[in-house]
Design a binder for this molecule. Structure first.
Ligand SMILES: [Mn+2]
Length: 372
């Protein structure tokens, strides 16, 4: 049996201002393309089963466009008879049961098995049993369900799926914002494979537990990461990571600016930028230890003009210790509410419910009198 494992597609995520030729946000389209590439691969290579380990959507209430895109792609799999098991991740899991889950829509599609009810569910495919644990409504429920995650000896093969952090991996610090963490002791070695989602950098956690990683880079935090999916051969137990073709993201620098005058900084930047081909890339220039007075003397308009063939160019300047960071993404300012919502939207965060953060932030702004 051949199994394709992917995760964290975040359909509906959009950022930056560039639109494609049809007027859609280019990054939203990029994210869709990465998803389609994997569906194309599946249709071509015909695995016996496809697993998606959560965060199919970026938000609890995806746009109609995001939903119809996901529906069309998943239908393509269904039409060729490849079963798909998908668990809900923290991004699409509602905070309140009453909200309901967008995953319910997919229950009506043949050979698609969405698991989203805040509890462990099992599915049988011949000699294989899939134990699928979605993101749970709260930590206690998750811990309780996690205890039930055990291979069934009556089956030749057992696969677990979960969308969570794994304690012991340094990237997951306990206690932050409702983070659901599995102790590595909960991840039984007797599973043939544990298909993990949540952490966006593909990696092997233990011999049988693997994060597929996200299917696109959701911010500069993921700049150096390859994106793709895992193909597993259940008989041999061997798996292989396949990379997909995604837009280039490039971090330039950091340029250490301590004690440098603006002319010197510009010179250092010139040297770095001379080697950069900006065409279609997402580019960030990092300056560190720069004083705000020198920073403001930099001809950033000229830099942006030179990088205009990029999809996005930004300068991230870290000011000398006592001063605050400046980020020159956009220079146009909208209402405070919109700025805040936009900021939250483009921030790639793990383990934080964006929807809740946005709602609470907007409440605080309103209480404080909004723009006034
Ligand atoms: Mn995610």
């Amino acid at each position: 049996m051949k199994i394709l494992h992917f995760s964290d597609s975040h359909i509906g995520y959009s950022t930056y201002n560039k639109l494609d030729e049809n007027g859609y946000n280019q990054r939203e389209v990029d994210i869709q393309n990465s998803f389609s590439q994997i569906i194309d691969f599946a249709i071509r290579e015909k695995p016996d089963l496809v697993l998606h380990s959560g965060d199919l959507f970026d938000t609890v209430r995806p746009t109609n466009r995001a939903i119809s895109f996901a529906m069309e792609e998943i239908l393509r799999l269904s039409e060729v008879g490849i079963p798909l098991v998908m668990i809900a991740g923290n991004h699409e899991a509602p905070r309140l049961r009453e909200t309901g889950s967008v995953f319910r829509l997919f229950e009506h599609i043949e050979s698609v098995f969405p698991v989203y009810r805040s509890q462990l569910e099992t599915l049988k495919f011949g000699e294989l049993k899939v134990h699928a644990l979605p993101h749970c409504i709260d930590k206690d429920t998750f811990d309780e369900q996690l205890k039930k995650l055990k291979p069934d000896k009556k089956f030749k093969h057992n696969i677990a799926m979960l969308h969570a952090g794994v304690a012991g991996l340094s990237v997951f610090k306990t206690g932050e914002f409702n983070e659901q963490l599995a102790q590595s002791g909960n991840l039984s070695k007797d599973f043939d494979y544990i298909a993990l989602g949540h952490y966006h950098d593909h990696c092997e956690v233990t011999a049988n537990a693997v994060y597929a990683g996200s299917t696109e880079r959701l911010g500069f935090g993921e700049v150096g990461q390859n994106k793709g999916f895992v193909m597993l051969d259940l008989e041999s137990g061997k798996w292989k990571f396949h990379t997909i073709d995604i837009r280039e993201m490039q971090d330039i620098g950091p340029i250490k600016c301590q004690g440098l005058k603006s002319q010197d900084i510009m010179e250092a930047i010139d040297k770095k930028l001379a080697r950069v081909q900006p065409d279609g890339k997402i580019i960030r220039l990092k300056l560190i230890d720069v004083s705000s007075s020198e920073y403001h003397l930099l001809d950033t308009g000229n830099l942006k003009k030179r990088m205009k063939e990029s999809l996005h160019f930004e300068i991230k300047a870290e000011l000398t210790s006592s001063e605050q960071a400046i980020s020159s993404g956009e220079s146009v300012f909208d209402s405070l509410e919109k700025e805040f919502a936009g900021y939250i939207e483009q921030k790639a965060v793990e383990g934080i419910d964006k929807e809740a953060l946005r709602t609470r932030g907007l409440e605080y702004i309103e209480k404080a009198g909004g723009d006034s």
